[in-house]
Design a binder for this molecule. Structure first.
Ligand SMILES: Cc1cc2nc3c(=O)[nH]c(=O)nc-3n(C[C@H](O)[C@H](O)[C@H](O)COP(=O)(O)OP(=O)(O)OC[C@H]3O[C@@H](n4cnc5c(N)ncnc54)[C@H](O)[C@@H]3O)c2cc1C
Length: 446
């Protein structure tokens, strides 16, 4: 059996353990959960060995690639934590328009490298997320309204199963495992060592609009956004970000920023597709009004990251809904009224659900996505802020059709993320591939 070098094995209580544990969590709020052993694998042979070790010792296994799970769902008490972030290979085949990528490949690096070659992949909107967790949970990325959640672009996966077998799954091989890998997120029961994904030609024009509204016109802005959401061109991402001020712009008051990217074949088409975002009835009250400007992916990443500084303690929650503006407004008013300081934020995004998705477990989606991101620095504020996201989403849960695993908060607020039929099928597939529940599933309870 291949054994991992001891410098990449960390046993609880020994030197280097705490650094290895913390290095698997991006969130400044590092949970007090302690695996018995942490192993940092660099290749598939080491992963097979690690799974063998876990089996021989009766350990449950948690897996992480980039540690961007908001809840650090890979981090559990006891058992083995397998860190596969070092598997970050990336081979692009432009003849077949596919790429083979490791779970540790940074999604934003992948997107920018493709961009430089005139290619495209719907990677997530923030820097640092790894493809491992991102693709398994669904993946809401650039231009996803047009090309679908990123997991729809996963053509196949190399997986190490609970009994240490290396398998390739796709539509023809281990189709049930392939189905399960596209959307089960932290509930997946295997270790992905490589993804084969479809890549795309990069749309010729990437543009944006920017409007900023004072909070006094919140009712008008949110009602308008709810109304136009389903009508907007698929290539435009409707995105409203509400914060208590925007330090980078010198704004100290609460503000609603409508910042939307568009991907089109020409500047002219891009500007035309964005025109609908200038139709807000209170557009004359906007503090900033920029109907169209060409931009780049690198600029977008830089702008988005202003709202996700590292070192903060984050708790997030979310819901999909198709409720009317009248139904949503009481909850939105409460969110706005109680919102913690920047960089905490409330995002309302338009989404295009589809009845024609590929056969995958990825599940509940709807026209509007609401997400709350609480961010604070001082541990002394934990009690004050910890429940803001969850309690506001709980208060609106009667309007929810489900949640996304991207911003899941299942440990504090369980909520459905796929259909009952999919959950039943997933249980069956799990019992066939992981009958002893070797792999941890979704985190319930802190
Ligand atoms: C700042 C920030 C911005 C974000 N923006 C977006 C966004 O724009 N769009 C979006 O869709 N999501 C977004 N997310 C959510 C993010 O995509 C998910 O949390 C994703 O799971 C992160 O992947 P990871 O590999 O970095 O995380 P990890 O914490 O390493 O993994 C999350 C879970 O996935 C499973 N997993 C990971 N790797 C493997 C593997 N190789 N084999 C088997 N199971 C594995 C494990 O169960 C693990 O607990 C964002 C998160 C953060 C922190």
């Amino acid at each position: 059996m291949v054994l991992l070098p001891t410098e990449r094995i960390f046993v609880r209580g020994a030197d280097g353990y705490e650094a290895a544990r913390r290095s698997t969590v991006w969130n400044g709020l590092v949970p007090q959960r302690f695996p018995d052993t942490i192993m940092q694998a660099v290749d598939t042979a080491e992963i097979v060995a690690a799974i063998g070790y876990a089996r021989d010792n009766g350990h449950h296994v948690g897996v992480c690639s980039g540690g961007r799970s908001w809840t650090a769902s890979h981090l559990r008490d006891g058992g083995l934590l397998l860190d596969v972030g070092r598997l970050d290979h990336c081979e692009v085949d432009t003849d077949r328009m596919i790429a083979h990528v490791g779970p540790g490949k940074c999604a934003s690096d992948f997107a920018l490298e493709l961009d430089a070659q005139g290619l495209f992949f719907p990677a997530g909107h923030c820097e640092g997320i790894r493809l491992g967790g991102y693709l398994l949970q669904g993946g809401y990325g650039w231009n996803s309204n047009a090309v679908g959640p990123a997991c729809e672009s996963v053509l196949g996966l190399d997986v190490v199963t609970a009994d240490g077998e290396r398998v390739y799954c796709d539509a023809d091989n281990h189709p049930d495992l392939y189905w399960a890998a596209r959307g089960s997120g932290p509930g997946f029961f295997g270790v992905v060592t490589s993804f084969t994904v479809r890549i795309y030609q990069r749309p010729r024009a990437l543009g944006m609009c920017l409007y900023m509204y004072p909070i006094e016109v919140a009712d008008e802005v949110f009602s308008w956004a709810r109304a136009i959401g389903p009508e907007i061109d698929d290539r435009v991402e409707l995105q409203l970000v509400t914060t208590r001020g925007v330090p980078a712009a010198g704004i100290e008051d609460p503000v609603i920023t409508v910042a939307s990217p568009v991907f089109a074949d020409s500047e002219e088409e891009a500007a035309k597709a964005l025109a609908a975002l200038g139709s807000c009835p209170v557009v004359d009250r906007a503090i900033t009004s920029l109907p169209y400007a060409p931009t780049t992916l690198a600029n977008w990443y830089a702008a988005v990251m202003g709202n996700y500084p590292q070192g903060y303690r984050y708790v997030v929650d979310n819901m999909f809904t198709s409720a009317s503006a009248d139904e949503l407004l009481p909850g939105i008013r409460e969110i706005v009224k109680t919102m913690p300081p920047h960089p905490s934020q409330f995002i309302l995004t338009g989404w295009k659900p589809s009845a024609h998705r590929a056969d995958l477990v990825y599940g509940l989606e709807d026209e509007i996505y609401l997400a709350l991101y609480t961010a604070w620095r001082d541990p002394a504020d934990d009690e004050r802020y910890r429940d803001w996201a969850g309690s506001n989403m709980a208060a609106m849960s009667h309007l929810s059709t489900g949640i996304s695993l991207a911003d899941e908060n299942l440990c504090r607020r369980p909520a459905p993320f796929t259909t009952d039929a999919n959950m039943a099928r997933l249980d069956k597939v799990r019992s066939s591939y992981d009958p002893d529940h070797r792999f941890h599933s979704w985190l319930r309870g802190e």
